[in-house]
Ligand binder design. Structure first.
Ligand SMILES: Nc1ncnc2c1ncn2[C@@H]1O[C@H](COP(=O)(O)OP(=O)(O)OP(=O)(O)O)[C@@H](O)[C@H]1O
Length: 340
């Protein structure tokens, strides 16, 4: 081949969060005129499913009722162990939903106890992505029995947060096939899935921004919010469309210079929306977030979330509702309108 005909071919993969699949592209680079060509490599959905299964790169994780108060620490461990969380939602399972989810255990002696336990309070389901995710997540969980976990795998999640054989902190799919079924149970393709747990009263809205989620500090932020005594009554991950982000930030349009950059940031990756409850939630939570500019926050209020996790006025770690009268509207925007 002459240098005139020379070309370099690359396969690039991009995880499309809206479609929840990996899109594959072929790039061709032609040195003779410095041009590129790009082709979308089409694989039917079923084949993508197969690829997922073969590579075992996604799995379902769930924080069980006994460990929901440790949600922040558990999420932090997940990020530190190199997983990507691509979907997440706090839900309350009804008895029928629990029976369906744990159908494979219906003949077991412990079945009734298990159903009672898993419906005793809200749980948090999440999709985890990473190399060999099914096995890696099960290893991080440790043995089923928390006591055994403490002696055999002392750094595992069940050793650290579990109580006994039933109350063992977290669940993980046991195979790629179970992962596919369980992910479909919580996050069915083409619909919002299980109902979120928002209560829409005495609340305010918090949104952990994409830069903070992508840099792996969302667990620490959630931990601090819980430690301060706020209730996180609803939580879900969103991948915002531009039109939605513009609508959400509508009140800042023409008022705040950074409006367009704020929209860019909110659409740059996954964000985590929270319904925060407390007495005087709006005021208290704003106090905890601190001044909008992290530089100012670091000088004046160094223990606030923006001082600790913010980078600049746009990437300031967390959004909190400005005006008390907008608090419920913002919570409704995420948990009634976007998560229908
Ligand atoms: N012997 C038991 N006594 C009481 N509860 C049990 C017992 N064995 C299992 N369980 C409960 O049932 C769940 C499902 O049991 P399974 O055998 O699938 O364990 P696992 O695969 O380690 O856990 P999980 O499916 O939740 O990830 C356990 O996580 C635990 O909550």
């Amino acid at each position: 081949m002459s240098t005139q005909d020379e070309r370099y071919a690359f396969i690039a993969e991009w995880y499309d969060p809206n479609a929840a699949l990996i899109r594959r592209y072929q790039f061709l680079y032609y040195p003779k005129d410095n041009t590129i060509e790009m082709y979308y490599v089409y694989l039917p959905l079923s084949l993508f499913g197969l690829v997922y299964k073969l590579l075992k790169i996604i799995t379902l994780g769930m924080i069980k009722p006994d460990s929901m108060k440790k949600m922040g620490e558990i999420l932090d461990l997940i990020f530190k162990n190199g997983f990507l969380i691509t979907k997440m939602k706090k839900v309350s399972l009804s008895r029928n939903e629990a029976l369906e989810f744990y159908q494979e255990h219906q003949s077991k002696m412990f079945f009734n106890t298990l159903i009672q336990y898993i419906t005793s309070g809200p749980v948090m389901a999440f999709e985890l992505m990473g190399e060999n995710a099914v096995e890696k997540w099960r290893n991080l969980l440790g043995p089923t029995d928390s006591a055994e976990a403490r002696s055999e795998a002392p750094y595992s999640i069940r050793a650290r947060f579990g109580t006994d054989k039933t109350q063992n902190a977290c669940h993980g799919s046991d195979s790629a096939a179970s992962a596919a079924r369980e992910l479909e149970f919580f996050f069915p393709a083409g619909s919002a899935g299980r109902r979120n747990t928002a209560v829409f009263s005495d609340c305010t809205c918090g949104v952990i921004k994409p830069h903070a989620v992508l840099s792996g500090v969302a667990g620490q932020i959630i931990n601090k919010i819980l430690d301060t005594g706020f209730e996180i009554s609803a939580i879900a991950m969103f991948h915002m469309e531009r039109a939605n982000a513009e609508e959400f930030y509508e009140v800042y349009k023409g008022v705040v210079q950074e409006y367009s950059s704020m929209v860019d940031e909110l659409t740059s990756g996954p964000c985590i929306a929270l319904e925060i409850r407390a007495q005087n939630a709006h005021h208290q939570f704003r106090e905890m977030c601190g001044p909008a500019d992290p530089e100012i926050a670091r000088h004046l209020r160094p223990r606030t979330l923006r001082a600790m996790y913010g980078r600049d006025k746009v990437q300031n770690a967390i959004h909190c509702t400005d005006l008390p009268e907008d608090a419920l509207l913002e919570v409704e925007y995420f948990f009634k309108i976007l998560d229908r």
